[in-house]
Design a protein around this ligand. Sequence first.
Ligand code: HEM
Length: 115
Amino acid sequence: MRIQKSTDKEYFGRKGLFRADSNIEKSKGFMGGGNKMMDKAGNKVLTPNLTPHETGIGNWTEAEFARTITNGINKDMNPVTYPMPLYPELTETEISAIFAYLQSIPPIKNEVKKK
Ligand code: HEM
């Protein structure tokens, strides 16, 4: 898989990433999280704020972000819940591109409550 540039929205679309957290074209504010999903037990789980605000992932390092999406351990060292998929197949370059893109979008202030 090849990335043309770090903010290539087409890339994300083709790869089918961001369906839930952040379907890029879906609706205004969607990347700010708080969208309701269900875990395997049928309990509500909210999508996170992936924007570069302090209530999102604005103060995450790229290493923390990489660990979260490849190993499922977030910045606070807590495991992330289904339906968040893990992407261990992503290369460092791809992860960097995704992180750079997410850091480039408008920050949204939205504190998403965790269980
Ligand atoms: C490249 C695509 C994706 C990226 C970069 C991404 C990123 C993240 C990150 C960084 C977190 C952790 C937030 C935190 O702990 O504060 C997270 C959690 C989550 N993601 Fe994703 N995600 C992606 C795709 C998806 C998809 C496809 C789904 C669902 C179909 C999904 C659903 C969720 C949910 C429900 C959570 C919250 C889990 C929990 O509270 O434990 N994500 N995502």
